[in-house]
Design a protein. Structure first.
Length: 508
């Protein structure tokens, strides 16, 4: 397997995998959820450090708290839940900080209704913060939609949800909300919080009940008297569709499912039993689920596993290392250092950047540590942080949340490939083959045949690595040669007819 030099890591465009059916939206919601596939993968680029170096801070501080919660980033907003030291449930604030400066934008104490549970953030999406006071299936509470700019309540859900502390909501393609607990799945309108459909289920336990999404299907744990299995539902109607064979005995299950770029479902079966704890790779055949492989894993409760931009799977060995697995076979490709203190069952959440960098938060009470690894799990940096809970990536930033007044925002890197459309042959310019080994041919569209074009090729660091001009009256095509550059994502920037245009190319 190729070893990437940390100095030269480039953005591996997620759109490379679109041909494999990958159509997920990579908005970063929560460490335990992340995107709808709950595979930890973000479009963002976090800190890049040399071995022995350390990431640079934007800021550190925030309200003091004896308990930490998962950080959530959208735009310049960092949303966290902070409990007052008095442990008064009524003083459990949702706070919005500017993620780059640490300035407090607002703080809200959502209403206390039935059970007086502490407030928690379930997700942030499209300018809306979703929060609740649920204490699990036995103590359900309504979901609040808050305006991200003001903290004002937009709506309150029509029904209560039984979401537990490490569970989060998911989203349909149109933005509607799917909440899950042990007993049912609920779909709420993102417009007003009304209930659109409900599906009964029989989950294993709180903290493993979240729904994972791929395209228009939802995947979730089910159990009967014989054992645990994965079920599939239609997200538009709430209809149950089909399920897998039994994967293990029924009982306590505190690990949610995740879905890879190609729709492969990864099911961590967690029992605290070395003969049973395993990660199962399952293929959706359209009308049935078939197991592809399984890998013996450590007992990682309340956490998440991950999928890199190249499709490789990240999980935890029984020696409590992070391992990188071949998605086709489950074979171990790379192994990290031991990431726990050996104190027993541990909780780990990971965020994976668009360049494959792995950012890992580990709790092995009282030990808590933040790690940075390369795509191939080369250890770059780590620091023990009191009460660390989760890690989140945003545009040029990584944020963590700990106990006391430990909120930190580290400087990340800008991703030049975000938001750039892939152009088709009917638009301004055609590039082929794409991907290639470094030689690309450019042709202007028929509409631009009489317009010259200035051509630049820019790498992930923002550096121009090639520059030329396509003189349309004399050239039908222009050949670009970047074979001397590293593999990865590049941006073609071309100026024609008074306008700049951008297009992604991949050297592989």
């Amino acid at each position: 397997m190729k070893k990437y030099n940390v100095r030269n890591l480039l953005v591996l465009s997620l759109l490379v995998y679109a041909s494999g059916g990958f159509a997920q939206s990579l908005d970063w919601n929560l460490s335990t959820g992340g995107n709808n596939g709950r595979n930890g993968l973000s479009w963002a680029l976090g800190p890049l450090v040399e071995p022995g170096g350390e990431p640079e801070l934007y800021w550190s501080g925030g309200e003091s708290t004896p308990y930490s919660s998962y950080p959530v980033i959208e735009g310049d907003n960092l949303i966290v839940a902070r409990r007052w030291p008095s442990n008064n449930q009524e003083e459990a604030w949702i706070i919005n900080y500017n993620v780059y400066t640490g300035e407090e934008k607002w703080k809200v104490n959502i209403p206390v209704n039935t059970y007086h549970n502490f407030a928690q953030v379930s997700a942030v999406k499209d300018g809306v913060v979703y929060a609740n006071r649920s204490g699990g299936s036995s103590e359900p509470e309504v979901l609040y939609a808050l305006d991200i700019e003001s903290g004002d309540i937009i709506w309150v859900s029509e029904e209560a949800i039984g979401e537990h502390a490490t569970e989060t909501i998911a989203f349909n393609d149109n933005g509607d909300i799917i909440a899950a607990d042990i007993y049912r799945l609920l779909c709420f309108s993102h417009i007003d919080g009304t209930t659109l459909w409900e599906l009964e289920r029989n989950g294993g336990s709180s903290d493993g009940s979240s729904l994972s999404v791929f395209e228009n299907k939802g995947y979730y744990w089910e159990q009967n008297s014989m054992g645990m299995y994965v079920a599939v539902c239609n997200l538009e109607t709430g209809e149950y569709l089909y399920s897998s064979d039994l994967l293990g005995s029924p009982g306590f299950q505190q690990g949610g499912l995740m879905v890879g770029h190609d729709g492969t479902v990864y099911a961590p079966l967690i029992r605290g039993n070395e003969e049973m704890d395993s990660l199962h790779a399952i293929t959706d055949k359209g009308d049935t689920l078939e197991q592809k492989w399984s890998y013996p894993i450590a007992h990682n409760t309340f956490g998440n596993h991950g999928v890199g931009p190249d499709g490789a799977v990240y999980t935890y060995s029984r020696n409590e290392e992070v391992v990188r697995l071949d998605p086709a076979t489950g074979e171990v490709l790379n192994t990290s250092i031991v990431v726990t203190a050996g104190n027993g069952f541990f909780h780990a959440q990971m965020a994976i950047g668009d360049d494959g960098m792995v950012y890992l938060s580990v709790q092995d009470y009282p030990f808590s540590k933040l790690y940075i690894f390369t795509q191939d799990l080369e250890y770059l940096w780590g620091e023990e942080i009191n009460g660390l809970r989760g890690v989140a990536l945003g545009d040029s930033v990584m944020a963590i949340n700990g106990k006391s007044n430990i909120i930190r925002a580290y400087k990340g890197r800008q991703n030049p490939g975000v938001g750039i459309p892939d152009l088709t042959e009917t638009e301004s310019l055609t590039v082929y083959p794409n991907p290639s080994q470094g030689i690309f041919t450019i042709t202007l569209s028929q509409e631009q045949q009489h317009n010259n074009a200035g051509i630049d090729v820019i790498n992930a660091a923002g550096q121009v690595v090639y520059s030329s001009e396509l003189v349309s009256d004399y050239q039908a095509h222009l050949t670009i040669d970047i074979t001397d550059q590293n593999n990865g994502l590049y941006i073609i920037r071309y100026f024609t007819n008074g306008k700049y245009h951008l297009q992604k190319i991949i050297k592989q």
